[in-house]
Design a protein around this ligand. Structure first.
Ligand code: ZN
Length: 252
């Protein structure tokens, strides 16, 4: 009986040793993986939001959405949030430096050590320069793998996505008459609410948004292309098809 317990103890120690070794092995592997800095470019309604949230879950990286980040700073009344609010209240844009400072604080947090997914930033070459500076300030000597992933999609398809978009006013679920129809026409699958079309989901507003978008983003595409970090994916097709293409450019 005694020997049995001793043997059990040895067996446990042996197993614990394996676990410890595996832990070490995992740590070594993790530190060998280069930090991934992923930013996303793409027109409104290109499916970028859906794909980036999915990717954040898949990679275990934080999904840093600039709009939500700014709103959260304001809600929490942080020093930066208070200053940002004073600009918004006067109907002015939040200054580039202030947005940069908020982004830098967020990207400096521990959960971004292995990588991050940044959505909605940068929107101009000036901001892209700032992001480059932010990354180099945070990383110091640590090398990182920076990629700008561009969701490329024909404008006619985008407009058709927007004008066919319907949303549930109760639970917020988004549908599309062509690409994601409800089981019963006009009724939310999730909660039974009556779907509505948002006022700005019309062709005229959509076209105006694209003009703003192309004006802002085209210089960024050239900017990242010239640095050799641009990856373009065809954003046409189902969520699963685009996801497969996204994984290819992440893993290449
Ligand atoms: Zn609903």
């Amino acid at each position: 009986m005694y020997n049995y317990i001793v043997d059990k103890g040895r067996e446990r120690d042996r197993l614990m040793g394996i676990v410890e070794n595996q832990k070490k092995y995992i740590n070594i592997e993790k530190s060998d993986i280069m930090k991934k800095e992923l930013i996303f470019l793409g027109p409104p309604a290109c499916g970028k939001g859906t794909q980036t949230s999915k990717l954040a879950d898949y990679l275990g990286f934080p999904h840093v959405d600039t709009g939500s980040l700014l709103r959260a700073e304001i809600a929490k009344e942080t020093p930066n949030g208070i200053i940002a609010k004073s600009f918004i209240d006067k109907g002015n844009l939040v200054p580039v430096d202030l947005v940069g400072s908020i982004i830098k604080d967020r990207l400096s947090e521990m959960d971004c050590n292995e990588g991050y997914i940044l959505d909605g930033y940068p929107r101009s070459v000036e901001q892209a320069d700032m992001l480059e500076q932010i990354n180099s300030d945070i990383n110091g000597d640590i090398k990182s793998d920076f990629r700008a992933i561009y969701f490329d999609l024909n404008q006619d398809i985008l407009i058709s996505r927007i004008v066919n978009r319907r949303s549930c006013p109760i639970c917020g679920e988004i549908y599309n008459l062509k690409f994601k129809p409800t089981k019963e026409e006009g009724i939310c699958d999730k909660c039974g609410g009556h779907l509505i079309q948002r006022k700005d989901d019309n062709e005229e507003t959509a076209k105006a948004r694209f003009e703003t978008y192309f004006h802002e983003t085209e210089p960024l595409i050239d900017y990242y292309k010239s640095r050799g970090v641009l990856r373009t994916i065809n954003a046409e097709g189902s969520i699963d098809e685009v996801w497969e293409r996204l994984l290819e450019v992440i893993n290449d």
